[in-house]
Design a binder for this molecule. Structure first.
Ligand code: MN
Length: 382
């Protein structure tokens, strides 16, 4: 019976439907300019949801600016919030303000009793406490946290349909989620619980990812809708460790995460050549996958550097650019870069590299890049 009734509806055209409507629904009573209450509520929903990132120093602030700009470029309808540490320089904050809707200074030292107590027990987890602060953004109903070392490749507003705590698997241990991208609901209660948990249990990996995985410990098994597809948090280690999968699914990548010690802003950029300096990528390798590092620098050069130049004015700052001089030799752009605080990664001994590898500090884009590993393997096979 019900099925028959529904079957009727598609054969009615609009005028027939209007005739079926009660009088108060007729067009002259309800002009299409009348605000639709549903539109209002969805707009409200959008302004009470936000993407949140964290910059504890001026270098991470650059990453945050690139991330924020990449979200803007893909027309996000949500607010953009950056939490900053007290040491971020004023011109950097100024540049951040032109990308983000809200720039909020987080000083763990004055963030309440629970935080103090937890921090006294675990002084090593200072940065982690700063990140957990995102739960106090209670003027938003739902947020997506993104590390400052991520880059957005397409609109990802659909993430707000997910619930706390949604995240993608970590490539190193897929029963853990990677805390570089996660959906959460701000709540002072959850924040307090997290701080208490942190003080009592610490972090098994020394960072926020360990704490969050121990706290949200049913993520792996309880609810598959909280598993974000891997394309929302794609890291280069996954490309190298399972290349056929990357070839199959990589074109859907939505968020790139620059995992590892060496971050995009630690390299330098030759704007004339349009090349990133200080990383070894063989030509055949760049044909295999898009050069996300280059994309990061292109966005930085186009949209972020002008903001920094405006904010710093005459004051020197580290632009990350190199310029080719007349003799063809590369040198640092000294006018803007008098004391580079983040030189390109220096060579380390093979023993030290082994130790770093075993400690999980893998230089995926540099010494431990796929090309270098392949070369080593080839030398054994010859
Ligand atoms: Mn990260």
């Amino acid at each position: 019976m019900t099925r028959k009734m529904w079957g009727l509806i598609p054969v009615l055209d609009c005028s027939q439907l209007l005739r079926l409507c009660p009088s108060q629904c007729k067009p002259y009573v309800c002009p299409i300019t009348t605000p639709d209450p549903r539109v209002d509520s969805s707009q409200r929903t959008m302004s009470d949801q936000a993407f949140v990132t964290l910059a504890t120093n001026d270098s991470y602030a650059k990453g945050a600016m690139v991330l924020g700009q990449s979200l803007r470029n893909h027309n996000t309808t949500r607010k953009l919030v950056v939490l900053i540490g007290p040491h971020v320089a004023e011109p950097c904050r100024d540049a951040l303000r032109s990308v983000f809707d809200e720039v909020r200074v987080v000083d763990v030292m004055d963030s309440g009793d629970t935080a103090h107590l937890a921090l006294m027990k675990r002084p090593d987890l200072g940065v982690t406490f700063t990140k957990l602060h995102c739960w106090t953004l209670t003027h938003y109903s739902k947020c997506v946290f993104m590390d400052a070392d991520t880059l957005v490749l397409s609109n990802i507003d659909e993430l707000f349909e997910r619930e706390e705590l949604s995240a993608a698997p970590d490539p190193g241990w897929p029963d853990c989620f990677n805390s570089g991208v996660f959906v959460f609901r701000p709540s002072n209660e959850t924040h307090e619980k997290l701080l208490t948990f942190c003080g009592e249990h610490g972090s098994f990996d020394g960072g926020d990812q360990g704490v969050l995985n121990s706290f949200f410990n049913t993520w792996a098994t309880a609810d598959i809708s909280k598993h974000l597809p891997f394309v929302y948090n794609l890291s280069s280690i996954a490309i190298y460790s399972y290349l056929p999968a990357f070839k199959q699914y990589g074109h859907d990548a939505k968020v790139v995460h620059f995992l590892g010690k060496v971050k995009p802003w630690n390299y330098s950029y030759d704007a004339q050549q349009g090349e990133v300096r200080g990383h070894s990528q063989s030509p055949d390798q760049s044909q295999l996958h898009p050069d996300y590092l280059l994309m990061w620098w292109q966005l930085y050069a186009k949209s972020v550097l002008p903001l920094l130049q405006k904010s710093y004015g005459e004051a020197p700052f580290s632009s990350g650019f190199v310029e080719a001089s007349g003799d063809g030799k590369l040198h640092e752009d000294v006018s803007e870069h008098p004391a580079p605080s983040h030189p390109p990664p220096q060579k380390v001994s093979s023993e030290e590299r082994k130790q770093r590898w075993e400690a999980g500090q893998i230089d995926y884009l540099g010494d431990d890049s796929f090309a270098n590993i392949e070369r080593k393997l080839d030398s054994f096979l010859k």
